[in-house]
Design a protein around this ligand. Structure first.
Ligand code: ADP
Ligand code: MG
Length: 568
């Protein structure tokens, strides 16, 4: 096209980038190639910060982290078939977690794909994406750019948030429109996540039930974090003095050090609570489905959720409250004037006594000074650093590294802990760390096991290239769960569970210009993590644990089926 023609024209990549920007998109995470290389360049040129990553799985995870942190969908970009397929696992994970995210996937020429003629990276991507997402759309015509973006925004953010896939075939990439027509036709999503007020009746019933309870308990889940309902939840807890249990990613919504937290009396709280208010937490495997030996057999549940399909998912719910958590908590707070709720003092005292007992046991484990270190020794040292930097975003993955870190490190601010989530995913962490650093501009502390880190460790290069303030801490015990398993075969190969124990992971970041550290004692861990975090630079602390540190499957060994006959 001559410049004169180009002056009056826009094309799909420009128009799509413009629509994204108008809808508030500031960042895009992706890996470029045919047919979206120019789209990425154009988006960057138009003002979207493009974070070029090393693997699509990590790019989608970074975008999902942005969605969790902001409540607005993060956006990821992939190339056709293989790149697209790499993005599917994290799209499904984001949907399971309820994180809003949009993945745009370049794809190959429709007519050739549809006749299965053997097109370069030919795959009917929209159809493949459907079971892995909340919704999957295809942008076939440049005129549909505004609609496709607005629709993706709404579906990803409203109701239970989740993933939307937008297919961008090369036929569409090549289309043009006059700028005048394009400008006139551009519109943006109006309030992509509108408030949904629950019925007053359900609120009244909930308060009635809570006011009569002997052992009332609030369980705060990551839905409350996604809903950004910290002020409303805090108000309710401080007015009622109800004890609460934070689920993993809800930690910090109310600081873990708040006296109403009964995190360390979890077993007793669940076993003896008679009325439980679920605030954005599902009765899935993480809460033993609300039934069985971990629960009081007579417990009654009040559940606030935006998704009506969640109610009676696994057991009777006495009061379902259908609506968004902010609205529901606002109405509960207002209703307290008419129906006061107060936690009975003997229940508070009972939980407090149990917490203190467990806390004392814990304190002795985290400050043992033992070398070689176990998880408690290393994480106890990191806790001291975290307590001095309470605005650090913490990303945590692994088995023992996940379970023990969740218990040891207190979180003080909402949405400051990102982890393996609803599915217990490994390999989400470096993507989450990059998304958190880009989205917030704040320092991020990644804490992962050596196995978990291995899935997505190459993103250390991305962190260095973009000079992101991330400190990667890898707790190395030489394997999946730990490193001292024996090979049961005759081939002299290592066990399926073991990885390189005498590795120097910190050298990875040195290869890309970052600062590496190697720690073998709790004092070194504390001093080196402190220095790394304070630098605000890409940095890496390799923590050498004992090879025998850690239990198989971490704290969820009960989910690990044991063969009836052999091999062990
Ligand atoms: P956790 O793992 O922390 O227990 P879950 O992910 O199991 O949390 O549960 C979160 C729940 O919160 C989901 O059922 C989801 O539908 C719900 N949810 C998410 N956002 C909102 C919102 N804005 N209002 C109400 N419920 C929400
Ligand atoms: Mg390990």
């Amino acid at each position: 096209a001559t410049p004169a023609v180009a002056e009056n024209l826009t094309d799909s990549p420009h128009y799509l980038a413009e629509a994204l920007i108008k809808n508030g998109v500031k960042h895009m995470y992706g890996v470029v190639g045919i047919p979206v290389t120019d789209f990425a360049r154009i988006a960057q040129g138009m003002g979207i910060r493009f974070i070029a990553m090393r693997h699509e799985e990590d790019a989608v995870n970074a975008a999902a982290a942005e969605g969790f942190l902001t409540g607005r969908p993060g956006v990821a970009l992939t190339v056709s078939a293989p790149g697209f397929l790499n993005g599917l696992a994290p799209l499904k994970e984001a949907t399971e977690n309820g994180f809003p995210v949009i993945m745009i996937g370049g794809s190959s020429t429709r007519s050739v794909v549809d006749l299965q003629e053997g097109e370069y990276e030919g795959l009917d991507q929209r159809a493949y994406a459907e079971p892995f997402t909340k919704a999957a759309y295809r942008l076939d015509r440049i005129e549909d750019v505004p609609l496709s973006v607005a629709r993706a925004m709404h579906v990803a953010s409203s109701g239970r948030p989740g993933a939307v896939y937008l297919d961008f075939p090369d036929d569409a990439v090549a289309q043009t429109m006059t700028k005048t027509d394009a400008d006139a036709a551009l519109w943006t999503a109006t309030d992509p996540d509108p408030a949904v007020q629950p019925s007053q009746e359900s609120i009244d019933q909930a308060l009635q039930l809570l006011s009569q309870a002997k052992n009332p308990l609030v369980i705060i889940g990551k839905g409350a974090a996604i809903a950004q309902a910290e002020n409303e939840v805090q108000e309710f807890i401080s007015k009622t003095d109800l004890p609460f249990q934070p689920m993993s990613m809800a930690k910090g919504l109310i600081p873990d050090t708040d006296p109403h937290s009964t995190a360390s009396a979890r077993g007793l709280a669940l076993r003896t609570a008679d009325v439980v208010l679920l605030v954005g937490a599902r009765l899935n495997w993480m809460l033993s489905f609300g039934v069985g030996k971990h629960w009081n057999p007579d417990v009654k549940f009040i559940q606030i959720d935006i998704n009506p399909e969640e109610f009676e998912n696994s057991r009777k719910i006495d009061v379902p409250i259908l609506g968004d958590i902010k609205s529901a908590m606002t109405m509960l707070n207002a209703g307290l004037a008419k129906t006061p709720v107060k936690a009975p003092q003997d229940w508070i005292d009972e939980l407090k006594a149990d917490s203190e007992k467990n806390d004392a046991k814990f304190a002795s484990r985290i400050d043992s000074g033992k070398v070689p270190m176990g998880h408690f020794d290393a994480l106890g040292a990191i806790k001291k650093v975290y307590d001095r930097h309470q605005d650090l975003y913490l990303v945590n993955e692994g088995a023992n590294t996940l379970d023990i870190c969740r218990d040891v490190i207190d979180i003080y601010q909402p949405r400051h802990r990102l982890d393996c989530g609803t599915w217990g995913v490994m390999g989400c962490g470096t993507g989450y760390a990059i998304g958190a650093a880009v989205t917030t501009g704040k320092n991020v502390l990644y804490i992962g096991g050596d196995s978990a880190f291995g899935f997505d460790g190459m993103e250390v290069e991305t962190a260095c290239r973009f000079n992101l303030p991330i400190t990667f801490v890898v707790l190395n015990n030489g394997g999946i769960y730990r490193g001292d398993f024996e090979n049961l075969g005759k081939d002299g190969d290592p066990s399926p569970l073991t990885l390189t124990y005498d590795a120097h992971y910190e050298k990875m970041i040195e290869a890309f210009g970052g600062q590496g550290y190697y720690a073998t004692t709790p004092d070194e861990v504390e001093q080196m993590v402190e220095e790394a975090v304070a630098s605000g630079k890409p940095s890496f602390v390799h923590v050498q644990l004992a090879i025998y540190a850690g239990g198989e499957s971490g704290h969820i060994g009960n989910l690990n089926p044991k063969p009836v006959v052999g091999p062990l």
